[in-house]
Design a protein around this ligand. Structure first.
Ligand code: PPE
Length: 320
């Protein structure tokens, strides 16, 4: 006989521990409890989703979304790669972010647009399944913790290779790609590190589980080149900021030992912002603390995101 069992916490009715308030769900705002999907959703079984991580910052003129149009463009590019026609325009999806901020009266927040294949049929082919979309927002502070920000993050190179280009589309921010990230993050965190560093199949630095990499030697800033990694919007912003600071920026491939011996290392990402790295694989980077120039770049980045640097004003979209 089948028994009725109580569903585990964090599994139904939007009960996830995340407080997202009103969520934009397929065209309108609904309370979190109502923004739910079927267990027979294609994306849940096969990872057929694409998403973005976007941040809104508190400014003198209220909440402003950083590089919203660029994030929405990447979301649509990811969907294009996965052959998912999004049933909304880019303007509608961008607008949904602003609706979520206003509906929840957020001063600042992390925003997560997600597009996924629903549950028309199961079986690997996603093409018969409808494409659904949502945008949720919640308050999210320091990604790798306050301590990692202040002291610099401690990293471990993980045994997981970053997605080879012939196996997964690393330039798409696809849900399925994050199984690779999740495996690496679990190992790094279980081993007592803040974050995992992933190499590509040839042993070159690819990226973190959710960040791009930079290193600094003699006032030259080296950005790990776009190979198999997700080409970060923060990476792009930071390259511009560094150039504006008068620093030379070189895009390069690099091996682990080049990071070990660099004067400074830092990571970039929407969630991680600019996070200095103080240790990789038990080797101290520089003096083993957050690098001075990395912290200066971080400061400039936060000035840009919060509307305090007028030259980057065009990167902001105000919610009100
Ligand atoms: N690489 C990966 C694998 C990645 O996930 C991110 C963002 C980046 C690089 C940097 O991209 P950008 O945000 O455009 O600068 N990771 C997002 C998801 C993090 C998560 O934990 O989820 C983010 O930072 O929002």
């Amino acid at each position: 006989m089948t028994q009725t069992v109580e569903a585990p916490k964090g599994s139904v009715g939007g009960d996830t521990g995340i407080k997202a308030g009103m969520i934009w769900f397929n065209g309108g705002l609904v309370p979190q409890e109502q923004a739910t999907v079927s267990v027979l959703t294609h994306a849940l079984h096969y990872g057929t989703s694409v998403f973005e991580g976007v941040r809104a910052y508190e400014t003198d003129r209220g909440a402003a979304v950083f590089r919203l149009a660029d994030h929405t463009q990447r979301l649509f590019d990811s969907a294009h790669i996965l052959r998912m026609p999004i049933p909304f325009s880019q303007e509608e999806i961008s607008h949904a972010h602003l609706d979520v901020i206003r509906a929840n009266a957020y001063k600042s927040c992390y925003l997560r647009p997600l597009v996924w294949r629903g549950g028309q049929t199961l079986g690997v082919n996603p093409l018969p399944c409808p494409v659904l979309a949502m945008v949720a927002g919640w308050e999210w502070g320091a990604y790798l913790g306050e301590e990692a920000l202040q002291k610099g993050a401690r990293l471990m190179t993980t045994a997981w290779t970053r997605l080879p280009a012939g196996a997964m589309p690393g330039k798409a921010k696809a849900g399925g790609n994050y199984v690779n990230s999740a495996l690496a993050r679990m190992d790094a965190v279980s081993a007592g590190f803040d974050e995992g560093l992933l190499l590509d199949q040839n042993g070159f630095i690819a990226e973190g589980t959710g960040e791009n990499f930079f290193f600094i030697n003699k006032n030259t800033v080296y950005a790990i080149s776009k190979s198999v990694n997700l080409t970060g919007i923060t990476r792009d912003s930071v390259i511009q900021i560094c150039k504006d600071m008068g620093l030379e920026v070189v895009e390069t491939m690099a091996t682990r030992e080049e990071l070990y011996c660099a004067k400074e290392v830092f990571m970039t990402g929407t969630a991680a912002e600019v996070t200095p790295v103080s240790e990789i694989d038990f080797r101290k980077i520089g003096n083993g603390v957050a690098g001075k120039l990395s912290l200066e770049i971080r400061k400039r980045y936060l000035e840009a995101t919060t509307g305090k640097a007028k030259e980057y004003e065009h990167w902001l979209t105000y919610a009100n």
